[in-house]
Design a protein around this ligand. Structure first.
Ligand code: NAG
Ligand code: NAG
Length: 829
């Protein structure tokens, strides 16, 4: 190359040399040589060019002188040749100056001669364009717009002229073009211009080659690699993985529970740091949820209540660092949890109910609410026990408690009804309500006596106002309905109101006697006692009280026969021919008491001849004990004691005269001589006759009076009494003894009848009841009791009168009959 350069510039050098040679002495000469000639290369011959003899050069001691001492060119004195002594690099010597020369002086001595030699250094293309760096790194954002300029460092070629940098080329050119601008200073500004947009997502790195070429021959070039790194521009918004996120969360879930995780991706690689947030969240959402801006985790922050919110719709936004956003929504279904117990509200309740309340009566109305939904809020209402109530549902959530069967306060006074409302959740929640229902009383029970009948026994001769018995009736009701009062039912007994016999304490039920009872008058009676409660209307019931009056031995036996008179002239006849066991007579006695008190026994207390007679202890029969002999006295006097069996016992005595004789005169004589008094005067007879007359008249009057009374008492006959056939007829107490003994408890009968068939004989039969009552049973006409009592009184009077009159008459007849000598014997005895 250097050779070529040399040859190119060579003719030019010669021209300059000749120009210089015209001025000798101090002439100058100019040569041109290319740079970079090898050391020793010929530059010019000054001997020739300056016209100097080679001898002169030697003698003149020609030499090269440079002011700076540089020695690029040397002188060969012998030949007069200038030769390159040192490498000459034009770029080093002159830089960018295109005209470059080396000048020095050639000095000759003897004589001094000075020649100026200029050697122009001609450029050769010895330098390639060079880029400052081997590689150019460019970072260009993909967002750069077409037309954008990117400066490149230009290449440098130290050569000058054509040898220096001429043009640049770029390869490839699909995105960039070159734009080369010349600056004012002549330098060039190399720029890359973006032609089409870059896309980092397609190609991240672009490799280009920039070539700089000079104009030398041969041409030299330099290249530089350009590495274009496409910088990411935030050209992609974050995109959520789902357009909406559906999830669910159970209510009451713990705080911090992960609800869901949202995630968005951004194709911009440099924008991975996506931030998440809720987009304009409501206050509720803010209070309940949080979103982790980094991870996209949505968590619970507050307490979720299904009853308040069943679903949440939250808009969520993802934002990259470039500010681009993407959005999605989260749909959160709240799952109901059975967390609400049913609530029972009593709307109305009647706390007391009468026991006669009908079936189906509403006792209470209540409302049950359960805030949960579905089965968790479906409530059933029930009562816990087998009570006579049931729950009815009228409307949704409204229930009523109604009676299901009849109520009975006497069975249950109070119900504690527990109402349970339970939902169908799992586990089920329930609540209870206690209702205390009182059953109020209705007077539906009558008092009930403890006994159907009461029997009371009371001893006769009781003190009036003595308590007899206490009756009691219970009433199952309550309060006034159970307050029992006692009454004696109205009724009569023997013509007197029952209340004149007994009274009752209406509060206590104690029954008192009102009067003293007489067993002989009244043996028993019954009363109805009524118990009545205080209800309205009142209820009542009855009981029968049988009152039995018990006998006391308050009556002594009464001797009915033989009739006791003061004279006791009545005598029983015993023929002397009587055998052993001959029935002389029979002592007849009665005791109006009954039972043991009326059980009579007979005893011979005194006798003229104890060996001759005996008395039957049971029957009172006086019989002979042995054969009567002629020696036996005519007159016998027996004292018989009749005793009852009461405690203490009561007794009566009777004197029985017995005459042992074959004929009546014998008896008369015997008896009239008993108490004969010979001192009676004759005129006594007159008195006796007078007395007889008076008595007879009285008797007739009495008869008339009695008949009058009888007529007045309608046609009622008086009682007639008749003794047993073997006994003498006596006008007095006429009991008849079938076998002559008193064997039965009740043997006394007072008969009164108008019926002639019934009037003659009354047989003894046992009685346990009031005589009068039994009379009616026996078929007799029952009269009014009062009348009977009056009749009884009258009969006693008449009886007494009869006794007196008959006795008197008997005495009178007796006295007059037996003559004066014995007229006094028994008349005044
Ligand atoms: C009902 O409950 C009350 C108090 O809770 C109690 O005093 C009463 O004895 C109960 N009644 C019944 C019949 O259980
Ligand atoms: C009670 O007795 C009276 C009369 O004796 C009668 O009228 C009434 O019906 C009776 N009452 C009852 C409940 O037996």
């Amino acid at each position: 190359m250097r050779r070529k350069g040399f040859f190119q510039t060579w003719p030019l050098c010669i021209v300059i040399a000749f120009t210089l040679s015209a001025h000798m002495a101090t002439g100058q000469i100019r040569y041109s040589i290319p740079e970079e000639m090898t050391v020793g290369s010929f530059v010019g011959n000054i001997g020739t060019d300056l016209g100097l003899e080679p001898k002169r050069l030697v003698s003149g001691k020609a030499r090269v002188f440079t002011a700076d001492g540089s020695e690029y060119v040397g002188l060969d004195k012998e030949k007069g040749d200038l030769i390159v002594k040192q490498r000459i690099d034009r770029e080093q010597l002159c830089g960018e100056l295109s005209a470059c020369s080396v000048s020095f002086n050639v000095i000759l001595e003897n004589p001094m001669e000075l020649y100026r030699v200029n050697v122009d250094i001609l450029d050769i293309n010895d330098n390639s364009p060079v880029f400052p760096k081997g590689e150019i790194q460019l970072e260009i954002s993909e967002a750069a717009l077409p037309g954008a300029h990117f400066s490149l460092e230009s290449a440098i070629d130290p050569d000058v002229g054509f040898n220096t940098l001429q043009k640049y080329t770029l390869h490839p050119t699909d995105h960039f073009n070159l734009n080369i601008q010349s600056r004012a200073d002549g330098s060039e500004n190399v720029e890359m211009v973006l032609q089409t947009a870059l896309d980092r997502e397609k190609t991240t790195n672009h490799y280009l080659t920039l070539t700089a070429v000079d104009g030398g021959k041969p041409q030299r070039s330099g290249t530089v690699k350009i590495h274009v790194l496409v910088l990411d521009a935030n050209d992609n918004a974050p995109v959520f993985s789902q357009s909406s996120y559906k999830t669910s969360v159970v209510e009451n879930a713990a705080k911090g529970t992960l609800v869901t995780t949202v995630s968005a991706t951004d194709e911009d690689e440099s924008n991975h740091n996506i931030q998440y947030y809720f987009e304009r969240p409501s206050a509720t959402v803010k209070a309940l949820f949080t979103i982790d801006s980094e991870s996209g985790e949505v968590r619970l922050k507050g307490e979720i209540d299904y009853e308040k919110h069943k679903q949440f719709k939250i808009k969520v936004t993802a934002k990259d660092h470039g500010g681009l956003t993407g959005s999605s929504e989260i749909l959160i279904d709240v799952i109901d949890v059975n967390d609400n117990t049913p609530k029972i509200t009593i709307m109305s309740f009647s706390s007391a109910l009468p026991e006669d309340t009908g079936i189906g009566t509403v006792v209470a109305m209540m409302n049950v609410q359960d805030l949960d939904s579905g089965d968790n809020g479906r409530v059933t209402c029930s009562i816990d026990r087998d009570f006579p109530f049931k729950i009815e549902s009228s409307l949704t959530n409204d229930y009523s408690l109604v009676t299901d069967s009849t109520l009975d306060r006497e069975l249950t006074q109070e119900y504690n009804i527990t109402i349970t409302a339970a939902d169908r959740g799992s586990p089920s929640l329930s609540s209870k309500k206690l209702l205390t229902l009182k059953i109020s009383d209705v007077n539906d029970h009558a008092p009930e006596f403890q006994q159907q009948t009461y029997n009371a026994y009371i001893l006769e001769n009781n003190s009036p106002s003595m308590s007899i018995i206490s009756v009691k009736a219970e009433d199952a009701d309550w309060g006034p309905n159970a307050r029992v009062s006692y009454f004696i039912a109205d009724g009569d007994l023997n013509g007197h109101p029952l209340t004149s016999y007994v009274s009752i304490n209406s509060d206590s039920g104690v029954i008192y006697a009102v009067k003293s009872f007489d067993f002989e008058q009244l043996k028993s009676f019954k009363i109805q006692v009524k118990a009545q409660d205080g209800g309205s209307p009142p209820l009542s019931s009855n009981t029968t009280l049988n009152i039995f009056i018990q006998d006391q031995n308050d009556n002594a036996p009464q001797i009915l026969y033989p009739v006791q008179t003061s004279s006791s002239v009545v005598a029983e006849m015993v023929p002397r021919s009587a055998d052993v066991g001959y029935l002389v007579t029979k002592v007849v006695a009665v005791d109006v008491d009954s039972g043991q008190n009326a059980w009579l026994s007979y005893k011979l207390q005194k006798a003229t001849d104890r060996a001759l007679f005996e008395v039957g202890a049971q029957n009172g029969e006086i019989r002979t004990v042995r054969q009567v002999t002629d020696k036996d006295a005519v007159k016998h006097r027996l004292t018989v004691v009749v005793e009852d069996n009461g405690q203490p016992s009561r007794s009566a005595t009777v004197i029985v005269n017995v005459a042992v004789a074959d004929s009546f005169p014998e008896v008369i004589s015997e008896f009239t001589n008993f108490n004969h008094d010979t001192t009676y005067s004759d005129n006594l007879t007159f008195y006796l006759i007078l007395a007889l007359v008076v008595v007879s008249v009285l008797f007739i009057f009495s008869l008339i009076a009695i008949i009058s009374v009888k007529i007045y008492r309608w046609r009622q006959n008086r009682l007639f009494y008749k003794s047993a056939p073997n006994l003498p007829v006596i006008p007095y107490y006429p009991p008849v003894y079938a076998d002559g003994t008193l064997q039965r408890v009740y043997n006394y009968e007072m008969c009164g009848t108008t019926d002639s068939r019934m009037s003659d004989i009354k047989f003894v039969r046992p009685y346990s009841q009031n005589t009068l009552v039994n009379m009616s049973r026996a078929g007799t006409v029952q009269r009014e009791k009062k009348e009977q009592e009056e009749d009884a009184d009258l009969s006693i009077e008449v009886r007494n009168l009869f006794t007196v009159l008959i006795y008197l008459a008997f005495s009178g007849i007796h006295c007059s009959h037996f003559g004066p000598q014995n007229r006094t014997d028994s008349c005044y005895d």
